[in-house]
Design a protein around this ligand. Structure first.
Ligand code: SAM
Ligand code: DTB
Ligand code: SF4
Length: 332
């Protein structure tokens, strides 16, 4: 075994525990392993912390769509890009509760509400607090992704009953400026700090396939793994190439490189839920199965992500059935 990688593990019986900090070169050395060695390592780590046949299911809802001030190069919702997304106001509480109930009835255990904001204004936050309280009262875990938080806003979210806040680091610090210019990597880290300090669980991951290098992918994973503690949930998104965005024509990522990214996330963040996130609509079932083998144990479930399609619930239930996967935490 590679010396440098060996140094990252403390053997505890048959169990291998990863420990931070991860240097970018160490994460990259994992990426560089022969594919079968990498997947075996990831599957071994996965089995020492999770039931390998359980996958957590989260349903997403866009509660405020389009018209965002930011210029994120991948995003269909920036008002600076010319996409087909129509701007919509914040949804009504009743609409959100009805969607959450439907998601629960279909077997979701977490409901994630996303808003196309740079960050919430105080007048925007109040109705979202009511949504969180109402969704939680249904017995679902709650997650919101509202952009950057100002001091005091995370505490209000926690008091409303928020379980998770999603805020992705998205790519390597060195590549971030190539993709987004209207806010900085440090802004993203500051919001994650606010969320942690308020006692809310962190959901943070990134997007691959944006024209970044393997070193950038390793740097993203190292950043996430070195958060102290690492995020409880780590969404790994494959770029959905949306017409009208600056990244619409970027060269597609080799699918094995996507699987490698999942595996490195699993090895470096052994106790986190690693979510196979955006991009599943474009993935054949065997590729998704490889991602589960590489340690992914969460998905977005339901026919729409925020603005783009996702496999239908029926397709996913059929895939789970074929693979012998059970939904994590579902009532028997
Ligand atoms: N505005 C907030 C923010 O930027 O944090 C919340 C919503 S934003 C749409 C949430 C995340 O969705 C982004 O950080 C990015 O990781 C992901 N995302 C957006 N567009 C995507 C795309 N075309 N492909 C893959 N992931 C995407
Ligand atoms: C995350 O990491 N991926 C989700 C969620 N967190 C908010 C969003 C994916 C968006 C994909 C493109 C779209 O549907 O607009
Ligand atoms: Fe899209 Fe969020 Fe960026 Fe706005 S801040 S453009 S919603 S990713």
């Amino acid at each position: 075994m590679n010396e440098m990688l060996n140094a990252q593990f403390v053997a505890a019986g048959s169990e291998m525990r990863a420990r931070a900090p991860w240097a970018v070169a160490e994460a990259e050395a994992l990426f560089d392993l022969p594919f079968s060695d990498l997947i075996f390592r990831a599957q071994s780590v996965h089995r020492s912390h999770f039931d390998p046949n359980e996958v957590q299911v989260s349903t997403l809802l866009s509660i405020k769509t389009g018209g965002c001030s930011e210029d994120c190069g991948y995003c269909s919702q920036s008002k600076r890009h010319h996409t087909e997304v129509e701007q919509e106001n914040l949804l009504e509480l009743e609409t959100v509760v009805a969607k959450a109930k439907a998601a629960k009835d279909k077997g979701a255990t977490r409901f994630c509400m996303g808003a196309a904001w740079r960050g919430p204004k105080q007048k925007d936050l109040k109705p979202v607090l009511d949504m969180i309280t109402a969704v939680r009262a249904l017995g679902l875990e709650t997650c919101v992704t509202l952009g950057m938080l100002k001091e005091g806003q995370a505490e209000q979210l926690r008091e409303a009953g928020l379980d998770y806040y999603n805020h992705n680091l998205d790519t390597a610090p060195e590549y971030y400026g190539e993709v987004v210019t209207t806010h900085t990597y440090q802004d993203r880290l500051d919001t994650l700090g606010e969320v942690r300090q308020a006692g809310i669980k962190v959901c943070s991951g990134g997007i691959v396939g944006m024209g970044e290098t393997r070193t950038h992918r390793a740097a993203l994973i190292a950043q996430l793994a070195n958060l102290n503690p690492p995020p409880e949930s780590v969404p790994i998104n494959l770029l959905v190439q949306v017409p009208g965005t600056p990244l619409q024509d970027v060269a597609a990522l080799d699918p094995f490189e996507f699987v490698r990214t999942v595996a490195v996330a699993r090895i470096t963040m052994p106790t986190s839920l690693v979510r196979l996130s955006a991009g599943r609509e474009q993935m054949a079932e065997p590729l998704q199965a490889l991602c589960f083998l590489a340690g992914a144990n969460s998905i977005f479930y339901g026919e729409k992500l925020l603005t783009t399609p996702n496999p239908s619930a029926d397709q996913d239930l059929a895939l789970f059935d074929k693979l012998g996967i059970r939904a994590m935490g579902a009532e028997a």
